[in-house]
Ligand binder design. Structure first.
Ligand code: KIV
Ligand code: ZN
Length: 390
């Protein structure tokens, strides 16, 4: 049975780039957009065109450049924003306008000093106006995570009637629990008249570390688009990480869902974005962190040397990482020492290994990590004369 496709909407260049310290220049944005297209993302959110002349220019340049993906520009539910976005997107092969408004009681009261009926009216006008420029209009109900489901369904129904092709249900503040977010998507699927005409989209923030879990709960309950960023960068604690959701769907065939992403480009793309933004990837980051395929405890190393699958659920080559690494530390065992010694050219007998291992432990207790260059020194300190064969 063929798998259902989940569209990947990448917002590295919009939600990701608005983070302090992550600013990119126009040339860097173009290189990243080209790579995202090659990676296989379905939609690239290129920026917020009315926000600055620089952002307008880069949305226009990305529209010109991108060959396969839809190119999307963000707007508020404001006529001028929509006109400017349409202008910036005019050379895109597949343009999308992303417009919307806050729908939670807190946004309605404090941001807009308004009421629910007036918000629905603004939402419908924004979508109808955007439709006069492009066919593909995505509507976001900002703070949908904290919007009550009945009102949210009313808003969604009204904008679908006005022609919205995608309904973005952002958990803007990263508040929802996965069960709650999944139930919200299910409720919309079951209670919005005309829902079959639109795609439900998950846009989850990571304030409680639940962005990925919430997005997956969303697609399990019927959403078919995930909004995410490379390395999970984004406002505050970030957005859903692209590499995580892609690999979760791939590693769990029972979900019967997949994406168009070429996963072999994930590691390289993560490094590219990290370098261009000057934002390091935490070493323990799932999928693309430096330690994601590194094994340092003796028990794990022994298992991985015997068979990689004992402690790895992903083949590193599938995400573009050359190989798993066996890192020598004071927690490593004989198997790991023999393995690395062999790589640098020393075949140790069982007896030699026992002797070298005692020296290794003394050395390792004084150092965080032992490099391949340290191995000959450790062998020498064990008073053994072993010729390297390399
Ligand atoms: O988090 C959010 O609600 C957003 C919207 C503008 C889509 O980024
Ligand atoms: Zn966001």
């Amino acid at each position: 049975m063929s798998k259902d496709k989940v569209q990947i909407f990448d917002t590295t260049l919009r939600d990701g780039e608005q983070v302090p310290g992550c600013k990119l220049d126009a040339a860097q944005k173009l290189v990243i957009a080209e790579r995202l297209d090659e990676l296989g993302v379905d939609i690239i959110e290129a920026g917020f065109p009315i926000s600055s002349p620089g952002d307008f220019k880069s949305v226009a340049e990305i529209s010109d450049l991108v060959k396969n993906a839809s190119v999307c520009g963000l707007t508020r539910a404001v006529k001028k924003d929509i006109e400017v976005a349409a202008e910036a997107l005019k050379s895109a092969k597949k343009p999308r306008i992303h417009t919307g408004i806050g729908t939670s009681d807190s946004h309605i009261k404090y941001k807009f000093n308004s009421n629910r009926d007036a918000i629905i009216e603004r939402a419908v006008s924004a979508v109808s106006y955007a439709k006069t420029f492009v066919e593909d209009v995505e509507f976001y109900a900002e703070d949908a995570g904290r919007t009550d489901n009945e009102f949210l369904a009313k808003v969604c129904e009204a904008v679908v009637k006005a022609g919205a092709t995608v309904l973005n249900i952002p958990d803007t503040t990263g508040y929802c629990l996965p069960e709650e977010y999944g139930a919200k998507i299910k409720y919309l699927k079951e209670n919005v008249k005309g829902i079959e005409k639109a795609t439900l989209s998950c846009h989850c923030h990571n304030d409680l570390g639940l962005a990925t879990a919430n997005s997956i709960a969303g697609v399990i309950n019927g959403a078919r688009q995930i909004e995410c960023t490379i390395n999970g960068i984004g406002e505050r604690a970030g957005n859903t990480s692209l590499e995580e959701v892609v690999m979760i769907l791939r590693q769990h065939p029972s979900l019967n869902l997949d994406t168009n992403i070429n996963s072999k480009l994930l590691y390289d793309t993560s490094q590219m974005v990290s370098q261009k933004m000057g934002m390091i990837v935490q070493p323990n980051k799932a999928i693309v962190g430096a330690n994601a395929f590194a094994h340092s405890s003796g028990i794990h190393q022994d298992g991985v040397i015997k068979n990689r699958e004992t402690y790895e659920i992903i083949d590193p080559a599938d995400v573009g990482v050359n190989e798993s690494s066996i890192v020598l530390t004071a927690r490593s065992g004989r198997a790991a020492l023999a393995y690395r010694a062999k790589i640098v050219g020393f075949e140790l007998t069982k007896l030699q290994l026992d002797q070298v291992y005692q020296e290794f432990l003394k050395f390792a207790d004084l150092h965080k990590e032992i490099s391949d260059n340290d191995i000959p020194k450790i062998i020498e300190a064990a008073n053994l004369k072993i010729e390297s064969v390399s």
